[in-house]
Design a protein around this ligand. Structure first.
Ligand code: Z5A
Length: 212
C-alpha cells in the first residue's frame, strides 16, 4: 500500500498522546498528508465500544474473552473504515495503539491464548501491520507519578488502569519481550526523558524511513 502506517505503544501515561500530536504537527508542517487514530475508537462504533470497555458501568463485569473480542471488533471497523482507505490514498496514518496492545494486555498480561490472539489479528487485519512501531518504555514508578500529575476529565481512571500493579508490570515486560522478538519493526524509546528528547528520538527513525 502506498501510505505509511506508524503505531505507538506502551503502558499507560507513557506519553503516546503527546508524541502522536507532535509527530502529526511536524509531518503536516513538512507538507505530508497525515492523520491520527486511537484504539479502541476513531469510528462511531469504535468510540461506543471504547466507552463500554473503559468507562461505562455496563462494562464493569466484562469477561477477559468478551474484552478481547470487543477490542477486535473496534479494530475491525477501524481497519476497513479508516486505516486502509487512508493508506490507499497515500496518507501517513499514526495510531495510538494497535494490535501489539492486544498481544500484551489480553495475551501476556491477562493470560489469554496467544495463538488465538494471532489468529484473530490475522482475521481482523489480514496482513495489515505498522511499518514501524514506537514502544515508549517507562518504569512503573514514573508511570505512577505521571498518572498523579495528569490532568484528567472528571471520568477518572479507566477499567484497565485500575488493575493491580502486577498487571502493569506484566504489561511492561510483555512489551519488551515483544520488541525483542520484532526488533526490525518495534523501536524501544526511553520515555523517561524530556518530551523534546523523546520527540527527537522518534523523528530520527521516521526521517530515515521518509528518506528511503
Ligand atoms: N487496551 C487493551 O487492553 N487492549 C487493546 O487491544 C487496546 C487497548 C487497543 C486504552 O487507553 C486502554 O485500553 C489502555 C490499554 C487498553 N489501558 N491502559 N492502561 P488509552 O490508550 O486511551 O490510554 P492510556 O494507555 O492509559 O494512555 P494515556 O493515559 O492516554 O496516556 P499516554 O497517551 O500514553 O500519555 P500522555 O497523555 O501523552 O501523557 C501522560 C502525562 O504525562 C501527561 O500529563 C503528559 O503531559 C505527561 N508527559 C508526557 N510525556 C512526558 C515526558 N516525556 N516527560 C514528562 N511528562 C510527560
Amino acid at each position: 500500500m502506498p501510505g505509511l502506517f506508524v503505531s505507538f505503544e506502551g503502558g499507560e501515561a507513557c506519553g503516546k498522546t503527546t508524541q502522536v500530536a507532535r509527530l502529526i504537527r511536524k509531518l503536516e508542517s513538512l507538507g505530508h498528508q497525515v492523520f491520527s487514530i486511537r484504539e479502541p475508537g476513531s469510528t462511531q462504533a469504535g468510540e461506543a465500544i471504547r466507552n463500554l470497555l473503559l468507562h461505562s458501568d455496563q462494562g464493569i463485569s466484562l469477561t477477559p474473552a468478551a474484552e478481547l473480542l470487543l477490542f477486535g471488533a473496534s479494530r475491525a471497523q477501524l481497519v476497513e473504515e479508516v486505516i486502509r482507505p487512508g493508506l490507499k490514498a497515500g496518507k501517513i496514518v499514526v495510531a495510538d495503539r494497535f494490535t501489539d496492545s492486544t498481544t500484551v494486555y489480553q495475551g501476556i498480561a491477562r493470560g489469554l491464548e496467544l495463538k488465538f490472539i494471532r489468529e484473530l489479528e490475522e482475521f481482523v487485519c489480514a496482513g495489515l501491520r505498522p511499518a514501524i512501531t514506537f514502544l515508549l518504555d517507562l518504569d512503573l514508578e514514573t508511570i505512577r507519578n505521571r498518572r498523579l500529575r495528569r490532568v484528567r476529565p472528571v471520568i477518572g481512571p479507566d477499567r484497565i488502569e485500575e488493575l493491580p500493579l502486577e498487571f502493569h508490570r506484566k504489561v511492561r515486560e510483555g512489551y519488551l519481550q515483544l520488541a525483542g522478538e520484532c526488533p526490525e519493526r518495534i523501536k524501544v524509546i526511553d520515555a523517561a526523558r524530556s518530551v523534546d528528547e523523546v520527540e527527537a528520538a522518534i523523528w530520527k527513525e521516521i526521517n530515515a524511513i521518509l528518506g528511503r
